[in-house]
Design a protein around this ligand. Structure first.
Ligand code: HEM
Ligand code: HEM
Length: 154
């Protein structure tokens, strides 16, 4: 069986989850530190920590997009064709794609005046990802329970 198949091996699952956690935690840390940092004082060490969180976020986000590519052919398309976990999986995929596009627009805003709105959208989508991923795992666990029932053919 392929480790990155319709069902993920435990190492593939842990890699995806660790990477998602890094992206979510670094993004959330940037938001929280925003409320604590002294905007008038550039000597405030929280500025440096916040900047490092954003660098970590950018690096982890690149890796997560790579992971999504690895999941695409077997996990996403395979489960889609088999009608398993479709609604949540499609939503998760759409949110990831919109995060990647809005993240790119933060690097290269189409118009400087739009940057703040794009940032708010990106942060809202980030919170949606943090909620959808655990739901996806719960749905996966429920499917596994159905599968391991003695009378199940799935
Ligand atoms: C159309 C899109 C998708 C569909 C239809 C889908 C479907 C599924 C299904 C059916 C399972 C349960 C597998 C099993 O039988 O154990 C599952 C588990 C999982 N999926 Fe997806 N998925 C999709 C997209 C994604 C994406 C984009 C990610 C990553 C961010 C992801 C990450 C995972 C993880 C980590 C598990 C848990 C594996 C485990 O507990 O062993 N999926 N998915
Ligand atoms: C696939 C997922 C994601 C990608 C590709 C992505 C990409 C990016 C990129 C490229 C930036 C700009 C970095 C910079 O200006 O140096 C960024 C900023 C940011 N991201 Fe993400 N991100 C993702 C997920 C998330 C998540 C899950 C959250 C929240 C929990 C989040 C919160 C933020 C925040 C708060 C910023 C700073 C916004 C600003 O500079 O105004 N991101 N992201």
């Amino acid at each position: 069986m392929n480790a990155w198949g319709v069902r993920l091996s435990s190492s593939a699952r842990n890699t995806v989850l660790l990477c998602s956690l890094l992206v979510i935690a670094s993004g959330a840390a940037w938001m929280i530190l925003g409320g604590m940092v002294d905007t008038q004082n550039y000597a405030d060490p929280l500025h440096t920590i916040r900047h490092r969180m954003l660098v970590l976020h950018g690096v982890a986000a690149y890796v997560l997009v790579w992971m999504a590519g690895r999941l695409s052919s077997l996990h996403q398309q395979g489960n889609w064709r088999a009608h398993r976990n479709r609604r949540n999986g499609a939503l998760l995929t759409a949110v990831l794609a919109l995060l990647a596009v809005s993240g790119l627009c933060l690097y290269y805003p189409p118009h400087e005046d739009w940057r703040e709105a794009i940032s708010q959208l990106h942060q809202g989508l980030g919170i949606a990802l943090a909620l959808l991923l655990p739901l996806h795992l719960l749905a996966a666990r429920a499917l596994r329970r159905v599968r391991t029932r003695p009378d199940s053919a799935r």
